[in-house]
Design a protein around this ligand. Structure first.
Ligand SMILES: Nc1ncnc2c1ncn2[C@@H]1O[C@H](COP(=O)(O)OP(=O)(O)OP(=O)(O)O)[C@@H](O)[C@H]1O
Ligand SMILES: [Mg+2]
Length: 256
């Protein structure tokens, strides 16, 4: 099983959006996935809710119980074939430190999924430390703004402390806007160049980006909306496919 964490310390960068896109692409391609919503606000879970899941979703065990020692199989919600989910929990707010950073890694050992995708909150704490320690891949969506840059610098300092040498880190420009012109002095170009010139995280910046587009907003808000090679969604479809290919080496052929 490959575990993919999606985390940025700045809020609203597109963690939940990327999480949903990756999950839908991977289950569409026939992979068996477990999604963990490690965000107290349950943003990822909300996307998967519909009549078939039902309202008793707020009952039962959660990631909070997982941290307290419950087994994965006792915490999962079945969303559809090939997709199970462990929901977030508001009680994560009162549980900001754990005695070990390896609790989640231990809990996830030996599961029969192809991928485990973990959406997170925009924080750095022991919950995130557990998520990163349990992960093989880290996706960090960033925006072309100075606060995203500052947050990324901080995040790389924290990552260095964790000494996760095998973690495959990808910094991904999301809500990316092409420069309006070649003038390197424009604000957007200057900020983008700051990211690209930073020696610490330059090697981790994925050359594929996700553009700012209403297609992604629609995707999150309309359950039957699909990204495919047809018409208005084609650019988005290509961007997501290329990103997944570059990170996981998987070629997505189905609509997402
Ligand atoms: N590429 C994009 N183009 C246009 N809108 C986007 C894009 N990515 C995300 N958004 C929008 O930006 C907002 C924030 O996205 P999202 O909820 O995925 O961020 P997040 O990092 O999970 O936020 P939080 O830190 O609150 O968990 C949402 O309204 C989403 O629809
Ligand atoms: Mg989110």
């Amino acid at each position: 099983m490959k575990t993919i964490a999606i985390n940025s310390i700045k809020g609203g960068t597109g963690k939940s959006t990327l999480s949903v896109l990756f999950v839908k692409a991977l289950i569409g391609a026939g992979y068996k996935c477990l999604v963990i919503d490690a965000d107290a606000s349950n943003n990822s879970l909300s996307f998967y809710l519909d009549d078939s899941v039902g309202l008793d979703i707020t009952q039962g065990r959660t990631i909070f119980d997982l941290f307290l020692g419950a087994k994965v199989q006792d915490c999962i919600i079945r969303i559809q074939d090939n997709l199970n989910l462990i929901r977030g929990d508001v009680r994560l707010n009162e549980f900001r430190s754990t005695d070990s950073l390896k609790r989640l890694k231990r809990a996830l050992q030996g599961l029969g999924y192809d991928f485990c995708i973990i959406d997170t909150s925009p924080t750095y704490d022991n919950i995130i430390g557990n998520v990163l320690t349990a992960s093989d891949v880290l996706l960090v969506p960033v925006q072309q703004d100075i606060f995203s840059y500052q947050a990324l610098k901080y995040q790389f300092e924290k990552l260095a402390d964790l000494e996760l040498d095998d973690l495959d880190i990808h910094v991904i420009f999301n809500q990316f806007e092409k420069p309006l012109n070649d003038n390197q002095e424009t604000y957007r170009n200057q900020i983008t160049n700051m990211f690209l010139k930073n020696e610490v995280f330059r090697p981790f910046i994925n050359s594929n980006h996700i553009s700012r587009s209403s297609v992604y907003r629609k995707y999150i808000n309309k359950r039957n909306y699909r990204l495919s090679s047809k018409a208005e969604t084609q650019n988005g479809y290509e961007e997501v496919k290329n990103l997944i290919q570059s990170i996981l080496g998987i070629s997505i052929k189905e609509a997402i």
